[in-house]
Design a protein around this ligand. Structure first.
Ligand code: NI
Length: 436
């Protein structure tokens, strides 16, 4: 019924004319705006509490309890333990309609905070056997707080909502341990987009280098796919003084690392797609005068289309195997597809652009270039149309070059960003449900 004329809709008795629907939208938006502004003190309090008590991916039990208690207090149907520590809240509107999902991620990072904030984290834990601090260094604390705010706002206009809102609080966006499934992918596998079946999904990410008041988006490929790769070079160990007795995996790995640099620079058509191949770890040997039997490197692949992704996978295998063979060694190449491209559905993006413009003001809605970071929101977008937006979190007038970026120990955001975030989430859901 998407393309039916207002006259036909009226004739069929299916509802309001377009202008009446718009008037109703405007009234609902106005109420949401007022309610979102009134949430600020609570959102700030939730955020500071979460910030002071960050938890690593798949360990967000305290965070989950706080979320579940708040959603239950609003009278929502609440499911816990989804995708390990995830929480889902279901708000059924007073009128029948479609189902829209709003998503926030919950996890912190293994970083020792240095912001000096009054509510800075002092939490310490162990990660992969190493003692680490824990910090909300990507702003996921703000995402949880703003989505709790949006849940409260929408529950206050519940009787006028035509449809259902599903609030998805997702663990482990930053990734699970290698070889394990977690985050959005696991929630999808466990049916988070079913019962009731989700028609569209929205999410936002606070952004440290975008000014408060701004919403940023990109139709189609917004953020890159992210795949992990490892290359284990198997040679032959020997005394470091007698390299001729060895098949040296260190030298072979070094040649492979250098050759991998030519995949993007010499083989990918960069006029079509950006791409990245980065080697992040090199591990070999235990002592300076022993040539070890093997060496392992690992890294990340970023791309904006499945075609480029597959081209890079093939090139890594060919390069590693070819160089290993030339040196008399063998290579075992492992590629673990991790997160697909964060792909904003073009029709949904076009349809919700007026909502974003009305919410933030037209001049504050900015189309951006592709981002080579990855976001597992992409796993929902593989199944249902979705739109992922960046929310300005930088104090206006600040030089973005001086800002402590995401995933660093000094990462900070301006809390005055939150009312727009709450309003945007609530309005996207309400407008989506109200539009026929
Ligand atoms: Ni993040």
């Amino acid at each position: 019924m998407k393309h039916a004329t207002p006259l036909l809709l009226a004739a069929l008795g299916l509802g309001l004319t377009t202008s009446a629907a718009h008037a109703q939208n405007a009234a609902l938006t106005a109420r949401i705006t007022t309610l979102a502004a009134a949430e600020q003190a609570k959102v700030v309090a939730w955020r500071r509490d979460l910030h002071e008590h960050p938890e690593l991916g798949n360990e967000e039990t305290r965070t989950a309890q706080l979320i579940a208690a708040q959603l239950k207090s609003l009278g929502l149907e609440v499911h816990t333990g989804v995708g390990r520590t995830g929480v889902v809240g279901i708000l059924r509107g007073g009128k029948p309609g479609r189902v829209v999902a709003l998503r926030a991620d919950m996890d912190g990072l293994p970083i020792t905070e240095t912001t000096g904030l009054a509510f800075a984290s002092t939490v310490k834990t162990t990660y992969l056997g190493q003692p680490v601090g824990v910090m909300h260094a990507c702003g996921h604390d703000t995402h949880v707080a703003m989505l709790l705010g949006a849940a409260e706002v929408l529950s206050q206009v519940k009787k006028d909502l035509p449809g259902t809102v599903k609030f998805i609080f997702q663990p482990a966006e930053e990734g699970s341990l290698p070889g394990t499934v977690g985050g959005a992918k696991l929630m999808v596998q466990e049916g988070v987009l079913e019962n009731p079946k989700v028609d569209a999904i929205f999410g936002l990410h606070i952004w440290a280098t975008a000014p408060v008041g701004q919403l940023q988006y990109r139709p189609r490929g917004e953020m890159a796919s992210s795949d992990r790769f490892t290359v284990k070079v198997i040679g032959k160990g020997s005394h470091g003084a007698k390299p001729w007795s060895s098949v040296d995996p260190v030298v072979t790995a070094a040649e492979i690392i250098t050759a991998l640099q030519t995949i993007v620079s010499r083989q990918v058509d960069l006029t079509q797609d950006a791409a990245v191949v980065t080697v992040g770890t090199v591990q070999a040997g235990v002592r300076y005068n022993i040539i070890p039997p093997d060496a392992t490197i690992s890294g990340t692949i970023r791309a904006f289309s499945p075609k480029t992704q597959e081209q890079i996978w093939a090139a890594i295998k060919r390069t590693a195997n070819g160089i290993a063979a030339a040196n008399g060694a063998t290579a075992e190449v492992g590629i673990e597809p991790y997160v697909p491209v964060t792909y904003n559905d073009p029709a949904l993006t076009a349809r919700m652009l007026p909502t974003m413009q009305r919410t933030a003001g037209a001049s504050n809605v900015v189309e951006i270039k592709a981002v080579t970071g990855a976001e597992d929101f992409a796993c929902y977008q593989e199944k249902v149309p979705g739109l992922f937006i960046f929310l300005g979190g930088m104090t206006p007038g600040t030089d973005p070059g001086t800002v402590a970026d995401h995933h660093t120990a000094g990462f900070k955001v301006d809390e005055s960003a939150f009312p727009l975030g709450v309003k945007t989430l609530a309005t996207l859901a309400a407008d989506y449900l109200s539009q026929k």
